[in-house]
Design a protein around this ligand. Structure first.
Ligand code: ZN
Length: 202
């Protein structure tokens, strides 16, 4: 613990930055800091326990065989009588989508968030997976959860600078849909706020 405390001691006035929000874990080096905010679960495991948890996780676009990953996702979604917006947040179905990407993926696919997985056509589920792979690669490249494609250079600069200009529906309750102008709806689902357009995603 003393080592950790020593690292936490500010080298100067700016380092390390103050934690913002519900920080449950902070990984800190002399030059970098990573905060884990608001996780559903946060526990300290042995290596064996950690591996058992990893074995339970659904596919991750950045890990393993791309074809096998897609098939696991499609099968995992299409056998469940659970809303797709909940399945996308289920770590056993797919790893790491999180609240921003679930709202944005469903808008981009123009899918009703409440449709049960097993009622979704196979091609829709495959398209969701491919879009997740696509958005994830943009996220890794840019370091931002950028979910709007084909932006003009000015719009891209704005999106990179401001979260409010980066998303279709996420965090836009009551604001006009960027496509149809309908106010964006919001409701708690799975303990997290879900955003969607009631017209484009009817
Ligand atoms: Zn709309």
């Amino acid at each position: 613990m003393s080592e950790q405390e020593k690292l936490e001691a500010p080298v100067d006035g700016d380092w390390p930055p103050e934690p913002v929000g519900q920080v449950r874990v902070r990984l800190l080096t002399p030059t970098a800091v990573a905060d884990l905010r608001g996780p559903t679960v946060c526990e300290v495991d042995t290596p064996e326990q950690a591996q058992a948890q990893i074995d339970k996780l659904g596919p991750d676009p950045q890990v393993g065989d791309p074809v096998a990953n897609e098939e696991r996702f499609v099968a995992g979604v299409r056998k469940r009588n659970v809303a797709i917006a909940l399945l996308l947040m289920d770590q056993a179905v797919v790893s790491g989508i999180g609240n921003v990407y679930r709202a944005e993926l469903l808008f981009r696919a123009r899918q009703n968030p409440f449709t049960p997985g097993r009622e979704l056509p196979e091609e829709v589920v495959r398209a969701l997976w491919h879009d997740w792979v696509h958005l994830m690669s943009i996220g890794v490249e840019t370091g931002q959860m950028l979910t709007m494609d084909d932006l003009s250079p000015e719009d891209l600069a704005r999106a990179m600078a401001s979260r409010d200009d980066r998303h279709w529906v996420y965090h836009r309750t009551g604001l006009p849909c960027r496509v149809c102008g309908t106010p964006i709806a919001m409701q708690e689902l799975g303990g997290r706020k879900l955003y969607w357009c009631p017209v484009d995603q009817a």
